[in-house]
Design a protein around this ligand. Structure first.
Ligand SMILES: [Zn+2]
Ligand SMILES: [Zn+2]
Length: 768
């Protein structure tokens, strides 16, 4: 793939009237003083971009219509669109913009070819701007790129993102000749495809999605259980037994059927169903290495198992369809570099989906062992194939509540990507379209998909200047500071559990100052709206941090009140739909799932005149128990000497933050506390704000029982009889890991308290 793009393009002379007057021969004038001199010509009946581009317009005349509309906004003059039967109908005396087939007839050819077949070229020949493409989609990209060269930009969906400068006179240089092709064969932007296409961000050639469920349907399980995976000692109708030759045959014939039915498609999905449970039968187990683990879960890496199967399928399908590929995600327990299967079949097209790798730091960032691993994986997979796709994530893991920026991530990714010997690229950035939280890198991800060699700094300068106009200076500072905060943080924890390390008081204050400055500078309604969108995102971070800090003070009633404010704020933001300022299902939904339940639970516990008797400390004594000795050796005993146990924070730092991110076995916690005199004899309860995933709780050596769940509050009633009044009490907790591997959490995650429930209908009393 070659770099076809250079910034900045200095030949944009539009509206440089004095120059045009002195030397009119140097430019082709399309409009003068608000009058259009040019018409746009297309071949009557020529189709526009197809469904694989998600374009919703009609024919090449529709493409011309979009160009005419933009030029009209620019110059104030209507630009006629002529659907012509042939080039003979083009007015020879007047300037013209000629698109597609007619432009080719006039002699303009693409000089380069791309695997994606949607490159473009535009060139001034005589009195005409000719725009051609490898396909109608290429012409479409050419039209929008041409408009960009006149200063236009589509920085976000909707009117707020559209920037079309007012230029009563439009002159383009008469040596204008520009062409581009994409170095990605597949670009799948989630969300607004109309907007994506204006930034060259959509082109679908197939699918990499989870596939086994439809390649070998569950309905076959009753007759042929041997096709399906063994887990926990028995066959289940879930994943496949991939070393069974009949499984290979069945899946390959399903793929061949799909290939025959969809001749236009290039990539056919062939990877496992989502979720774990790959086959553990003796034959499949030969492709596992017991000591080679996926560190996020502690389970055996299964890359060899998956790759062997997809290779076997490709060996069959490529005989009939040598030009079609089998895609699968390098994902979850099959992320690590294969060790037993050395080759990737030429018709296999892996796509890395680093869901288990930290989303803050970018591949190779030395602060981040997750991203060092991701880099190792990029290199390892690329060593075995010349085709590699990337399913990067445009949002923080299980969090879209607060502003988040991935510019630094993309820069690092770009640097490492270009060291790999990849010939064919594909991109599917999974995106949640929360523009108040993610606007800059949502734009960036599309530009990057088109051309992975773009100058990211220049591209982002274009974004900040174009989108934020007169408020660009503080808004650029605002976003780049946030970007730096993520890239340089020492936390890697997903969801909202690491945000307090990033959204410090300093970051909040500096961000607020920038947004206020931007508000003062914003004069046009469009820029005011762009700034208001960012400000709404910042407000979420401010409210979230108030909640988080209140949780840390055990002030659940205050946290719940702010939570109500946050909900109302998000509901108000959700009314903004084009672009979407927030997606409540995720912005609020992830929050409610991971933090909100603890807040609501704590507030409910203390409702009425509920009163806290004991706040357990943030830092406990802790010991790993990988061999499950704790119960036998009674690590819960009140008089156990735990002075040699390590200190482990519960609420202020995640397991991953404390070096336990790759630890997935049991651990114990112990804490000591006294009970205040007022609580003596009262019907106290022990309350946990949240843990991961399974806890057994012992109070003064007496087991209170087991609770399960992730970030779900749990409590024990009637504990008064086990408490020692006026003396030291010991709380011991055994925790074991559960299902959510990739967040970096573990053990006790939220505050623990002993409290006296209130009476319904009474006001909150002050606790001691
Ligand atoms: Zn098997
Ligand atoms: Zn990291």
């Amino acid at each position: 793939m070659r770099d076809t793009r250079r910034f900045p393009r200095l030949w944009v002379w539009a509206a440089v009237a004095p120059l045009a007057l002195i030397s009119p021969a140097l430019g082709l004038t399309l409009a003068r003083d608000g009058r259009s001199l040019a018409k746009i010509y297309v071949k009557a009946g020529q189709p526009g971009p197809g469904a694989e581009h998600r374009w919703r317009g009609k024919g090449m005349a529709g493409v011309a219509g979009e160009l005419a509309a933009a030029l009209e906004k620019m110059t104030g003059a209507a630009v006629p669109v002529v659907a012509a039967g042939s080039t003979k109908e083009i007015d020879a005396a007047a300037p013209a913009i000629v698109l597609g087939a007619l432009a080719e007839k006039l002699g303009l050819k693409m000089q380069t070819k791309s695997p994606a077949r949607d490159g473009f070229r535009y060139k001034v020949i005589g009195k005409r701007v000719l725009i051609v493409g490898e396909s109608p989609a290429g012409v479409y990209h050419g039209v929008y790129d041409f408009l960009e060269s006149l200063g236009c930009g589509w920085y976000a969906p909707g009117p707020v993102g559209e920037v079309i400068p007012k230029r009563p006179t439009v002159t383009v240089p008469d040596d204008l000749d520009h062409s581009e092709i994409s170095d990605s064969i597949h670009r799948e932007y989630w969300g607004d495809s109309v907007w994506a296409l204006k930034n060259k961000g959509y082109r679908g050639i197939g699918s990499w999605r989870h596939a086994w469920g439809h390649l070998v349907p569950r309905s076959l399980f009753a007759d042929k259980p041997g096709l399906f995976a063994v887990t926990g000692g028995r066959r289940r109708a879930r994943q496949l037994c991939t070393t069974n030759p009949e499984t290979v045959k069945t899946a390959a014939s399903a793929l061949l059927k799909m290939m025959r039915a969809q001749p236009g498609r290039k990539v056919f999905e062939a990877g496992p169903n989502d979720g774990g449970g790959l086959c553990e039968c003796p034959n499949c187990s030969k492709l596992r290495v017991p000591t080679y683990l996926e560190p996020s879960s502690g389970m055996e890496a299964c890359s060899d198992l998956v790759l062997k199967f997809v290779n076997d399928l490709a060996a069959i399908t490529s005989r009939e369809h040598p030009d079609k590929y089998l895609g699968f995600y390098v994902y979850s327990e099959y992320s690590r570099v294969p060790v037993k299967v050395k080759e990737i079949h030429p018709n296999v097209f892996p796509m890395m989906a680093p869901i288990r790798r930290c989303r803050y730091h970018g591949p190779g960032n030395s602060r981040c062992r997750w991203n060092l691993l991701f880099l190792e994986e990029m290199r390892g997979w690329a060593k075995r194939t010349d085709k590699l796709g990337f399913y990067l994530y445009n949002f923080n893991l299980a969090d879209t509540l607060v502003p988040y920026s991935k510019i630094g991530f993309y820069k690092r990714f770009q640097g490492e990507l270009h060291k790999l010997p990849i010939r064919m690229l594909a991109h599917t950035p999974e995106t949640i379209n929360s523009f108040s939280m993610h606007a800059p890198h949502l734009y960036l991800s599309q530009r990057f998909m088109w051309n992975s060699h773009i100058d990211i700094d220049a591209e982002m300068d274009r974004f900040f200047t174009g989108f934020y106009g007169e408020a660009a200076e503080p808004m650029k500072r605002y976003w780049l500071r946030i970007d730096r905060a993520y890239v340089t943080t020492d936390t890697h924890t997903g969801s909202q559990y690491g945000l307090h390390h990033i959204w410090t008081d300093e970051l909040l204050a500096a961000s607020r100052a920038d947004v206020e400055k931007a508000r003062r500078l914003a004069r046009t309604p469009r820029v005011r709206e762009a700034v208001a969108m960012a400000e709404a995102g910042l407000r979420c971070a401010e409210l979230f941090m108030r909640i988080w800090n209140a949780i840390g003070r055990f002030d659940f009633p205050a946290a719940a009140r702010t939570q109500g404010e946050l909900k109302a704020h998000i509901d108000a933001m959700a009314k903004k739909r084009n672009p979407e300022w927030v997606i409540p299902r995720y912005g609020w939904g992830y929050y409610a799932r991971f933090v909100g339940r603890s807040v609501s639970g704590g507030a409910k516990a203390l409702a009425g005149d509920g009163r806290i008797a004991v706040r357990l400390p943030d830092v406990w004594r802790s010991r790993k128990d990988p061999k499950l000795l704790g119960v036998r050796e009674k690590w819960y005993r009140r008089d156990l000497d735990d002075s040699t146990w390590r200190e482990l924070a519960t609420f202020s730092k995640s397991w991953d933050d404390q070096g336990l991110g790759w630890y997935h076995k049991d651990a114990w916690y112990r804490a000591r506390f006294g009970v205040p005199a007022w609580a003596k004899g009262k019907d106290l309860r022990l309350w946990f704000g949240g843990f991961d995933y399974n806890v057994d709780v012992y109070l003064n050596g007496v087991i209170l029982g087991e609770k399960r769940g992730f970030a779900t509050p749990a409590e024990y009633a009637g504990i008064a009889r086990h408490l020692r009044s006026g003396r030291e009490n010991v709380l011991a907790v055994r925790v074991s890991a559960g299902g959510l591997a990739e967040l970096g959490t573990g053990g006790i995650m939220m505050p623990v308290m002993v409290y006296l429930p209130g009476q319904p209908g009474t006001r909150n009393a002050r606790d001691d």
